[in-house]
Structure formats: structure tokens, C-alpha cells
Ligand binder design. Structure first.
Ligand SMILES: [Mg+2]
Length: 402
């Protein structure tokens, strides 16, 4: 369960100058009524809106780590007007509370951890893995291990742990040994048995991570350093590959591209997965599919998870009776990535009948003139104009002004 935080008076006084660390010091667990005040400010809500927003973060609210101009104005307006929103990002690599603290600091806006859905947030609900041994791949140093442990996973191993126990497993990362030594933990065995693989964030050492994942997918029952006798058996499904209780493979983020500081989009976790798919096709001689689970936008499971969070958030803000009395009719997904944000919103089939509309901004991956493989409801310059357009569509009485 995500912890909810409220700003204390010290935040209100000093918000413009806060660092992420000092912001965290000003955060304290809050109750439902405080959370309501946090979202609404001093004024009581006039009505329960029948619409809400879902905002992507990178390329919509931030570009790399810099705030997008007018993002603060758009979100603070929604808070003042009691219009709910959720943050739905394919980013990850840190715990939700840390990301909220950072984002609050950058946008100069108090935000609620409970409305923050990252690509790996659904992993927090996978109770059946929490006593198993899992390999956590990707992210900076040991941060994703920390996230998994905060989610309740008790036996987490990283590629760095394996590499330090046996550097011969991948001869080409020797120069990175001092780096890995900073956060790796000793293993009881250099050849552990792994029950599941979770790619939490973009791998930093593609060679090592790819080699270990392939080893495990070819292993007997996830025992590193072994080879399954079933691999290549023509009489078995998938030519015998991944038929011997090898670890299940979970990816948190399908994005091929993401918007970084560089002027061209950069390969994301989806690029790593494609590299693995290519190697897997060669390793299996084209006879076996790669069995895996992929989360994140544009997938239905992630939108369902996000919608549940949004509905719960709405009930917390307005009270269950009021929230249910005015059904949520429309969610505006504001994103910069046509393949994840827009395709996901357009294709999502809401279990409760909410319509998701897609607003594509030009401050991230999508640039004016780029060819579109999917058609958004509307293309707008930035998040400010996206909110303005949606409010106009809803005939909302108050104007969003600069
Ligand atoms: Mg984005």
C-alpha cells in the first residue's frame, strides 16, 4: 500500500527553495481529511467532476529532469479546481515516494504518492513472488533492489551480485567491477536458483544483463550455470524452450524510445527487449517464441491498474458516496509518446465504461511533422494547452490562465 504524505506548514513556507531531501523531511503520513485538503487547498469542492486526467511525466511535465514550462500552472489549477488527476508513467527505478518527492520539488507542487503509477508499480501487488528468489535487472546501482524490497520482496538478487561472485560469467565488464562492488551483495552460491526475472528499469550494462537472462532462460529450473535437456526438443511446445520451470520473465516498460536531454530520442527498455528477442531468435534457431510478460503503457493491464487507482483516489478525495454518485465518464490521457500514451488510451477498454481520450503534446518524443502510426483525439503544444483544451470540451466554468 502506498504511503500518503501531506505537506507540513514548513513546506508551504519554503516550497520554492526545497531540495528533494528537504522536501522529504517535510513529509509526514496523513489521514483522509488532510489528503482532501492537500488536493483541494482551502476551498471545499463545489462539485464532483465527471472527468479526470492522467498525465505522463517525461516529455509532458519534465524533459529529462527539467520542468516543462507551464506544467506547474496546469497542475496547480487542477488542484485548486478540485479536478482529480493521476500520474501514469513508464518511468521507474525509484520507489514511488522518492519519485513523488523529486517531482514535487521540481514542479513546486505538493503531490500525493497514492496517485503515482510507475511502470513497475504493478509488481508491488504480486504477492506470490515475495518469498521467491528473484533477479532484479536495470536501474542505477542497487536502487531497483531497494524498490523491490520496499514492495515486500524478501530474496532479491541483482546481476551485480552474480557478477562479483563469478566475473568469468561475462568477460567484457571487467572495467565495471569497482562500480558493481559499491552495491553488490555477496551470494551464498555463485550459481543461485532464480524463480523470476523482473526488469524494473533500463539496463545499464546490456551485455551482462542480456547474457544472464539468456543463461537463465536456457537453464534447468532456473539454476544458473545449467542447461535444460529439454531445449530444442521438437516434440515439446515452443521446441522445448522455456518448458523446464525456467524463471518467468517480466518487463516493466515497453517503450522503444524516450525523450532525454539529447536532441534525438534515446533507446529505452523496449530497445533492450528487442535486442533480447533478436538474440533469442538466433539462439533458438527461430523455432521458439520468447515467453514474457510486458507491463506499462500501452498495455491494458497497466491502464486497468491506473484506472483503479484513479477511482480509489477519487473516492478518497470526495467520499465514496459522492464519487459514485457522479460516475467518472471521461479520462484525458496527456502524453508525448504516440506508441505508449496515445495507443494505450485509444485502445483501452475500461471495465467500468469510462471513456479515455488521448491528448498528444509536442514537448517530448513526438515532434511536429513526425509521422503518426496512431491518431490522438487531439494534438496540442504542451500540457498547459492540453488541460485548457479538455476544460473547454467539458465547458468548465473557470478559465486556465497564464
Ligand atoms: Mg513520456
Amino acid at each position: 500500500m502506498a504511503t500518503i504524505f501531506a505537506t507540513t506548514p514548513c513546506l508551504a513556507r519554503s516550497a520554492p527553495r526545497l531540495s528533494a531531501a528537504s522536501l522529504r523531511c517535510c513529509l509526514a503520513p496523513i489521514d483522509r481529511h488532510q489528503r482532501r485538503r492537500l488536493h483541494f487547498g482551502r476551498d471545499a469542492p463545489r462539485q464532483v467532476p465527471d472527468f479526470a486526467f492522467a498525465f505522463d511525466i517525461d516529455g509532458v511535465l519534465l524533459r529529462s529532469s527539467d520542468p516543462i514550462p507551464r506544467a506547474h500552472a496546469a497542475l496547480s489549477f487542477l488542484q485548486r479546481e478540485s479536478i482529480p488527476f493521476i500520474l501514469l508513467t513508464n518511468g521507474g527505478g525509484k520507489h514511488e515516494a522518492d519519485r513523488v518527492a523529486e517531482l514535487s520539488d521540481k514542479l513546486k507542487l505538493p503531490l500525493d504518492t497514492g496517485l503515482f503509477v510507475q511502470s513497475h508499480t504493478p509488481f508491488a501487488d504480486m504477492e506470490h513472488y515475495k518469498d521467491k528468489t528473484v533477479l532484479v535487472v536495470g536501474g542505477d546501482g542497487g536502487k531497483c533492489r531497494d524498490v523491490a524490497e520496499q514492495y515486500g520482496y524478501r530474496n532479491v538478487i541483482t546481476p551485480a551480485d552474480i557478477y562479483l561472485s563469478n566475473p568469468d560469467i561475462w568477460p567484457f565488464s571487467g572495467a565495471l567491477l569497482p562500480h558493481y562492488a559499491q552495491f553488490a551483495r555477496p551470494l551464498s552460491s555463485a550459481a543461485p536458483k532464480i524463480d523470476a526475472i523482473f526488469v524494473y528499469a533500463d539496463p545499464r550494462d546490456w551485455g551482462l544483463d542480456l547474457a544472464l537472462i539468456v543463461d537463465l532462460l536456457l537453464s534447468a529450473r532456473g539454476q544458473l550455470g545449467t542447461l535444460s535437456a529439454l531445449n530444442g526438443r521438437a516434440d515439446l511446445p515452443n521446441a522445448g524452450f522455456q518448458q523446464d520451470a525456467q524463471p518467468a520473465l517480466h518487463f516493466s516498460n515497453p517503450d522503444l524510445w524516450w525523450a532525454a536531454r539529447y536532441h534525438l530520442a534515446r533507446l529505452g527498455q523496449g530497445g533492450f527487449r528487442e535486442a533480447l528477442e533478436g538474440v533469442w531468435a538466433k539462439v533458438t534457431d527461430g523455432k521458439a517464441a520468447l515467453h514474457k510478460h510486458v507491463y506499462g503503457k500501452p498495455y491494458q493491464a497497466t491502464y486497468e491498474f491506473a484506472e483503479k487507482r484513479l477511482l480509489r483516489h477519487r473516492e478518497t478525495l470526495f467520499g465514496a458516496d459522492a464519487a459514485r454518485g457522479t460516475a467518472l465518464r471521461t479520462v484525458y490521457m496527456v502524453g508525448d509518446n504516440p506508441e505508449s500514451d496515445i495507443r494505450g488510451a485509444n485502445g483501452f477498454r475500461s471495465p467500468v465504461g469510462t471513456e479515455w481520450r488521448s491528448l498528444l503534446v509536442r514537448t517530448g518524443v513526438y515532434q511536429e511533422g513526425s509521422e503518426l502510426s496512431v491518431t490522438p483525439t487531439r494534438i496540442v503544444p504542451d500540457v498547459f494547452e492540453a488541460v485548457k483544451a479538455a476544460l473547454g470540451e467539458r465547458k468548465w466554468a473557470s478559465r486556465l490562465e497564464e
